[in-house]
Design a protein around this ligand. Structure first.
Ligand SMILES: *[C@@H]1O[C@H](CO)[C@@H](O)[C@H](O)[C@H]1NC(C)=O
Ligand SMILES: *[C@@H]1O[C@H](CO)[C@@H](O)[C@H](O)[C@H]1NC(C)=O
Length: 492
């Protein structure tokens, strides 16, 4: 830790002799990830209906940095064979992609299952399997049917039933061929992005109020889907079902107890608020206590963080077959040294009561907040191991945004650094990581950033009708890692 802290403060880079020379286990899964709205296009083909992202890009084009949209994106609805070709070329063990709710169920409800959509996804799954690539399937990656948003989306109690019924359709249509399911991708982006700060659709700004109501409903939605699998499908299909949580790694800015407590607190507010109910039962104590106390001080009759009933606690606890983790960067955290006074409306920052920052010496990427902090992932993995009883972890996303330089050396440096620290966490700390997934196999529609942020191992030419895919340097780097299971030339 001391050395790590020193390296962080000095902003030192990893030299090659600091890269792990330990071979990854044969069964370790190396993969890549995408999501439906970001790659498929064909937004209204074959009866597909409108999602909250279709609605946003069509009604408010200025919401997207370059005024583009996902109407065509990588055109993967028509070009899956080209996706398959680059997946094969890279030699991945698994491919994580998502199903489009509005494609499979145009009304949102299971009253009308869209045959063309089922055919499309069955073909994707079958071709992956024929080529020895394990499908890892996300059921919900942010593209809620707009008609459910018109009924308040994730802050309507009914969301857990809407989602659970959709999940049942997915298990029953595809589950015979899918061994790894992700229920919901990055709930923090759904609730904090959608209902807290409002930087994603439905762009509702209600920090620490509707935001927490969303968290409460979303956890019940996830748990219902997990129980449906467990009760109705597991014995025949034998798969694993998990939620994928996203967080940055939060490291104390100093060795002081106050900064360590502050780092613990924000980690609980970002990942613990989802993981604790699922892995340990109920909200994390520090989150529950702080929000309750502050809510009373604000003159409310109950906590803004709705208490779970014992029945709900028992229903949500244990709804995991592994831990899905998306992580891109890290922050230093310091204590404020005081508790911020209450205000109306309340703020998330006051509830968390910490300062976070990224030293200017840390290497930047093309997005302001995604700095390159490979060593921080090892702390985060240890934090997860210690808080949730050593779960099996699949890193379901990790990747580097660029403006697209051909040499691509910084993306290689990033992936190598993260993988090295993951390997050290496995070898030296006994963290049980069984898979790693690069976001993304190819450039795609990066939400509010449009096509300005390029995460692909493959470049996509969005100006050509063919959406031609072309390998970047990192594609051959990753191919070699997968082939050799090794980050350096001479592994042991
Ligand atoms: C929530 O959804 C139900 C349908 O399941 C609907 O009847 C109700 O009006 C919705 N509530 C709100 C506030 O829109
Ligand atoms: C697009 O693909 C078609 C079919 O493979 C090919 O004939 C055509 O030349 C391509 N166009 C461009 C601009 O690459």
């Amino acid at each position: 830790m001391k050395t790590a802290l020193l390296m962080i403060l000095l902003g030192l880079c990893l030299a090659d002799d600091e890269i792990s020379n330990k071979r990854f286990p044969d069964e370790f899964m190396f993969g890549v990830s995408t999501s439906a709205y970001q790659i498929e296009g064909a937004w209204n083909e074959d009866d597909k209906s409108e999602s909250i992202w279709d609605h946003m890009v069509h009604t408010n084009p200025d919401f997207i940095a370059d005024r583009t949209n996902g109407d065509v994106a990588c055109d993967s609805y028509h070009k899956f064979d080209e996706d398959l070709a680059i997946l094969k070329e890279t030699g991945v063990n698994h491919y994580r992609f998502s199903l489009s709710w509005t494609r499979i169920l145009p009304t949102g409800y299971p009253d009308n299952i869209n045959v063309a959509a089922v055919k499309y996804y069955k073909n994707v799954i079958n071709k992956l399997k024929e080529n020895g690539i394990e499908p890892v399937v996300t059921i919900y990656h942010w593209d809620l049917p707009q008609n459910f948003q018109d009924l308040q989306g994730f802050v309507n109690d009914s969301i857990s039933d809407w989602f659970a019924e959709y999940a049942r359709v997915c298990f029953s249509m595809f589950g015979d061929d899918v061994k790894y399911w992700i229920t919901i991708n990055e709930p923090q982006q759904v609730c904090t992005g959608g209902y807290g700060y409002g930087y994603f659709p439905p762009t509702i700004k209600s920090e620490a109020l509707l935001e927490y109501q969303c968290v409460h409903n979303l956890l019940k939605a996830h748990a219902k889907a997990w129980h449906i699998y467990d009760d109705e499908f597991r014995s025949k299909q034998n798969g694993k079902v998990a939620i994928t949580l996203d967080t940055s790694a939060y490291l104390p800015a100093s060795d002081s107890d106050e900064d360590k407590e502050a780092a613990e607190r924000i980690q609980q507010f970002t990942i613990g608020i989802y993981a604790n109910p699922i892995f340990n039962g109920d909200w994390p104590e520090v989150v529950k206590t702080r929000v309750a106390q502050r809510s009373i001080a604000e003159g409310r009759s109950q906590s803004r963080l709705i208490e779970f009933t014992q029945e709900e606690i028992d229903f949500i606890k244990g709804t995991h077959d592994f831990f899905g983790l998306n992580v891109y960067t890290g922050y230093l955290v310091e204590s404020l040294g005081y508790d911020p006074p209450v205000s109306e409306p309340p703020s998330k920052w006051q509830d968390q009561a910490v300062n976070t920052y990224q030293p200017s010496t840390w290497e930047t990427t093309s997005t302001q907040y995604t700095k390159v902090v490979p060593w921080s992932v090892r702390s985060l993995l240890n934090w997860i191991k210690n808080h949730y009883d050593s779960p099996k972890i699949m890193i379901t996303e990790n990747g580097y945004p660029s403006s697209g330089n051909d040499k691509d050396d910084r993306r290689i440096y990033y992936i190598k650094g993260y993988l090295s620290n993951i390997r050290d966490a496995m070898e030296q700390d006994g963290v049980d990581v069984f898979g790693y997934t690069v976001w993304s196999i190819m450039d795609n529609f990066e939400w509010a950033s449009g096509y300005t942020q390029k995460f692909g191992l493959y470049e996509v030419d969005f100006n050509s009708e063919n959406r031609t895919r072309r390998a970047r340097g990192s594609a051959s780097f990753y191919k070699k890692v997968i082939e050799t299971r090794c980050l350096v030339d001479n592994c042991i």
